[in-house]
Ligand binder design. Structure first.
Ligand code: SF4
Length: 309
């Protein structure tokens, strides 16, 4: 079996998880709430829940004055206003790459530019990004939606931003359709699809060419993990999302001599180790051989301000 590098935690997830752990450590005996999943990974969420973190879906579910952690996916400004109105003490673990997209939307909107966000409209990250300027931002998920887009005709141009965890081909297709309709489209200075997403996608493409089956370890609501499955499948290699060890049991292993493994940006390394062990013990695979497909230079982020406001 082959494990490809890079895989697993990105800098934004590592920062969010470390922030959550620090907040719990600094506040023994105090209820700590987290709005939505801190990152989209079941194992991470369950581990924090076991340490006492309380996950909620709405700010209204947090008692007044309590301590609230915001997830790596970011929130709309209105959510922070609501938290302040309830007197909540907030620690924001938003990934700096997501903050970059929020800032781009604010800048476009301030300049009177109509903003198109390429992304999945029900994903928390996109909901937060749209919330920066709801009147100015429209979301497109696919090239097919571009024709039907209705933008403010008096806007001072059209700009585009992108969800950070999209697949490269999805972005390219939508971007091409947007440029056909608005050749003067304003784009951010650098791509919004983050380094970790791009590197893990490139790596899984190369991995797919070297094995008969690819396993992508990650949760079903993890956008970047789902994109890895798509990237790998696009190379013609049967690829499966594995979110639980039991998922391995549903697969037919006959005639599989080489299996490739990667994991999404929010998947803990312990889960990968358990999958590797199970494949050794139950399917008799040797290894893993480590394949470094992309040289990754991860940014190192400082933790957010832990003195809650
Ligand atoms: S996948 Fe990218 S944007 Fe998302 S948390 Fe990781 S580094 Fe940040």
């Amino acid at each position: 079996m082959i494990v490809v590098e890079p895989h697993g935690f990105c800098s934004g997830v590592a920062r969010a998880v470390a922030t959550a752990e620090q907040v719990l450590e600094r506040n023994p005996g105090v209820p700590v709430f987290c709005l939505n999943e801190i990152v989209h990974n079941q194992q991470v969420v369950e581990r924090l829940r076991a340490r006492g973190m309380i996950f909620v879906r709405r700010v209204e579910d947090v008692p007044e004055g309590a301590l609230l952690l915001l997830s790596a996916h970011g929130v709309a400004p209105a959510v922070k206003v609501k938290a302040a109105a309830r007197g909540l003490r907030v620690v924001d673990a938003v990934c700096p790459f997501v903050s970059k997209v929020h800032a781009e939307v604010r800048n476009f909107a301030r300049a009177g530019v109509a903003v198109i966000c390429i992304g999945h409209r029900n994903h928390e990250e996109v909901i937060g990004v749209v919330g920066e300027a709801p009147e100015a931002v429209r979301v497109v998920e696919s090239a097919a939606e571009v024709e039907a887009l209705v933008l403010n005709p008096t806007a001072a141009g059209v700009g585009v931003v992108t969800q950070t965890t999209l697949g490269a081909s999805q972005v390219d297709e939508v971007m091409a359709a947007l440029l056909r309709r608005w050749p003067e489209l304003k784009t951010p200075q650098s791509t919004d699809v983050c380094y970790a997403t791009r590197n893990r996608q490139r790596a899984v493409q190369l991995l797919a060419g070297c094995c008969q089956r690819v396993l992508v370890l990650g949760s079903a609501n993890s956008s970047n993990s789902l994109r890895l499955v798509e990237c790998s499948q696009a190379e013609g290699t049967p690829s499966f999302l594995i979110s639980d060890l039991r998922d391995l049991e549903g697969l037919n292993w006959d005639a599989i001599e080489c299996v490739g493994i990667t994991s999404g940006a929010s998947t803990p390394e312990e889960f990968l180790n358990r999958v590797v062990q199970k494949l050794r013990d139950q399917q008799g695979f040797a290894g893993p051989e480590i394949m470094t497909a992309v040289d990754e230079h991860s940014p190192s982020f400082r933790l957010p301000d832990l003195e809650e406001k």
